[in-house]
Design a protein around this ligand. Structure first.
Ligand code: PYC
Length: 336
């Protein structure tokens, strides 16, 4: 029987399953090299922890690995039901909030090496002293001795300064079921196709139509040879709409056909790069992106020479902690 510890969190409704200790060694190379080793030799662990019967299509996994970059405290590799991700915004917010819960990080800047570059997370302090003192429920808990040594008041708000984002192609025409739509191809740590003129309601009661349409957009991108830079597959589709509560609302279809419950950190980064390219967003200006479930990320861009550096802020909540038991006799022990 193998025992694999895990910690589950969600960021704006989108889950992240963190595996803090791998049961094998990935060597001393960069996180990108560690990802190659994982793909070649250990893909069964991805299926074991993320797919049914332990997981579902919705989950994103995160392996905590040692970084090679000496300026980083952690390395991380994100994965899902069909493969691996370059970066993951909601996942990084979940990772840092989970490490905060475990008492492994304090408020401040934490540098994390991903397969596509280094991101800089800032863990914001939680309830400050005065707010803690004026919180009657918390005071009651402390007075009754119920506050536990584990960090139940763990800081959970995180800003992620992402790798540079950019628009690769502008206003690309695609025909889906006889309907002509247009989208931008942009990089935010993963490849996205961003569509506005889809004509669909971006609402929870329209999820089936949104999923179906986005999937067919993706198929048309492949059929027409529309790719990211260097022929990279565009595996995320974003449908945007207006929102009374935010600057924009989006439905994001992930590579394994599940939709992102969060506003998608890498997708929001791609969106910010397009807005900046269109002159609709200035450096430092706040953008509020809402997900189809109603959760919010705040984002802005900074310039580093010609490079557009997005920062995304959100909150994550730890939900469960435990240990997977993998029984060699179980026919579905490594997932379905
Ligand atoms: O937040 O970047 C993100 C993300 C990618 C896929 C699911 N969430």
């Amino acid at each position: 029987m193998k025992h694999i510890p895990f910690l589950d969190s969600h960021t704006g409704g989108e889950p992240t399953r963190l595996i803090t200790a791998l049961p094998f060694d990935l060597g001393t190379g960069s996180v990108a090299q560690k990802l190659s080793t994982l793909k070649a030799h250990h893909d069964d662990l991805r299926r074991t922890v993320i797919n049914e019967p332990r997981g579902s299509d919705v989950l994103v996994g995160a392996y905590l690995v040692p970084p090679a970059d000496p300026t980083c405290q952690f390395g991380v590799i994100y994965f899902n039901n069909v493969g691996y991700l370059g970066m993951c915004g909601h996942g990084t917010i979940g990772l840092i909030a989970s490490l905060s819960y475990l008492g492994k990080v304090q408020p401040g800047v934490i540098r994390v090496e991903t397969p596509v570059g280094v991101v800089e997370a800032t863990l914001h302090p939680s309830l400050r002293g005065a707010e803690r003192r004026s919180n009657p429920l918390l005071n009651e808990e402390i007075a009754s001795g119920k506050e536990r040594p584990r960090n139940d008041m763990y800081p959970n708000k995180v800003s992620v300064k992402n790798i540079p984002a950019y628009r690769h192609l502008h206003h690309v025409q695609v025909v889906v079921d006889g309907k002509t739509i247009h989208g931008d191809v942009a990089w935010g740590g993963n490849w996205f196709f961003l569509v506005h003129d889809h004509g669909l309601d971006v609402n929870m009661d329209n999820l089936e139509a949104l999923t179906d349409f986005s999937w067919r957009v993706r198929e048309q991108l492949t059929a027409n040879g529309i790719t990211g830079a260097n022929g990279a597959e565009i595996d995320h589709v974003e449908l945007f709409a207006a929102s009374p509560q935010a600057d924009s609302k989006s439905f994001v279809l992930c590579p394994g056909k599940a939709y992102d419950r969060s506003p998608c950190g890498t997708g929001t980064s791609a969106k910010l790069a397009c807005l900046y390219a269109d002159g609709k967003l200035q450096e430092g200006q706040m953008w509020r992106q809402q997900s189809v479930v109603g959760s919010l990320f705040e984002g802005s861009v900074q310039l580093d020479g010609e490079k557009i550096i997005p920062t995304i802020t959100g909150e994550a909540w730890v939900m469960a902690q435990g240990e997977f038991l993998i029984d060699e006799r179980d026919p579905f022990g490594n997932g379905i």
